[in-house]
Design a binder for this molecule. Structure first.
Ligand code: UDP
Length: 319
């Protein structure tokens, strides 16, 4: 396969690039290093099948040139992380909406398959769990930044599906649920790298809200496996899939587990949401993916338990 990975210097992108190269594929990366980091791909620089451009996906000419070279586009370049989105609302909307539109437009010129990375944020504050791909989206008002992000990713999905239906563009949409692993930074708000770093430094572990909210964390290797499985499966074309793990934990239990795993002296601190994010911030009490569709389509099964995932992240941060 000849693949373009937009956002290939990011956390998930760089793991996907490594997996594609390991299979013998030729890979091009475009990344503007806004949240991606050059050090995530520097070890690949001398690989004969690896090419990269540091540029934005908002540059139509560059995107056109790169999509012409490949047969599959993995589109990950996007604003990421709840904290980042709240700090950069305009840039987030522009990158997510205009960027995806450009990528789809250019991919459509040669009918190149596009794998669009979407998010569980799509479901909003869904009250029925687990979330199924066909569930309603429940969003709050426009003055809450988080819902703008959720909407921008929904527009990405609408655009992808419209290109598929009207222009016969091959697309697969994956909704990732709390992906974690090495190279993920806590800088944009993600809870596991934040807690692990806090614990290793014996700093307070900062639980937002009462800690009874739950999430399911998935190791990035399982996400990459799932994506590669979907790309090979003709029945996935034009479809939307949840992708993650369905092992659920409360954030409070996560904090305790990380504290124990690192033998940390940290105290656990509870911080109100308005202080951590912004006035009126809304969180999901539970978020669990229904994985029936991806299980039935490609036999997907996450391999890495939460315990194993945490051990990997701790080892990464220690190193
Ligand atoms: N969270 C927390 N402390 C932190 C960072 C995040 O308690 O330092 C909480 C956050 O409010 C959310 C959960 O952990 O309820 C997961 O947050 P993350 O940003 O990793 O992902 P989300 O599920 O919100 O997209």
């Amino acid at each position: 396969m000849k693949a373009l990975v937009t956002g290939g210097a990011g956390f998930i992108g760089s793991h996907l690039v490594e997996a594609l190269l390991a299979r013998g594929d030729e890979v091009w990366v475009i990344d503007d290093l806004s949240t991606g980091r050059f050090e995530n791909i520097v070890h690949l620089e001398s690989h004969p099948h690896f090419h990269y451009v540091i540029d934005t996906i908002l540059d139509e000419r560059v995107v056109a040139e790169m999509t012409r070279k490949v047969d599959t586009v993995f589109h990950l370049a996007a604003a990421v992380g709840v904290a980042y989105i709240i700090d950069n609302p305009l840039k987030s909307l522009e990158t997510n909406i205009r960027g995806t539109e450009l990528v789809l437009q250019q991919a459509n010129e040669g009918k190149k398959m596009v794998v669009v990375f979407s998010t569980s944020e799509i479901y909003g504050k869904a009250n029925s769990q687990p979330c199924k791909e066909t569930d309603d989206r429940i969003l709050g008002t426009t003055t809450i930044t988080r819902w703008g992000y959720s909407s921008s990713k929904a527009i990405d999905e609408f655009l992808s599906l419209a290109y598929h239906r009207e222009k016969k563009l091959p697309v697969v949409i994956v909704r990732c649920f709390n992906t974690c692993g090495s190279r993920q930074t806590g800088q944009y708000g993600m809870v596991i790298p934040r807690f692990v770093k806090q614990a290793l430094l014996d700093h307070p572990i900062t639980i937002y809200g009462d800690g009874q909210q739950t999430r399911c964390f998935c190791d990035v290797s399982d996400v990459v496996e799932g994506v590669l499985g979907l790309v090979e499966e003709p029945a996935a074309n034009g479809e939307v899939f949840n992708l993650g793990s369905d092992e659920e934990t409360s954030i409070e239990a996560l904090a305790t587990r990380i504290k124990e795993l690192t033998a940390s002296e940290s105290v656990i601190e509870y911080i109100p949401y308005e202080k951590a994010y912004e006035e009126g911030f809304e969180d999901m009490r539970r978020r669990v993916p229904d994985l029936t569709k991806i299980r039935e389509t490609i036999g997907y099964e996450p391999q890495v338990s939460l315990q194993e995932l945490l051990e990997r992240v701790v080892a990464y941060f220690k190193k």
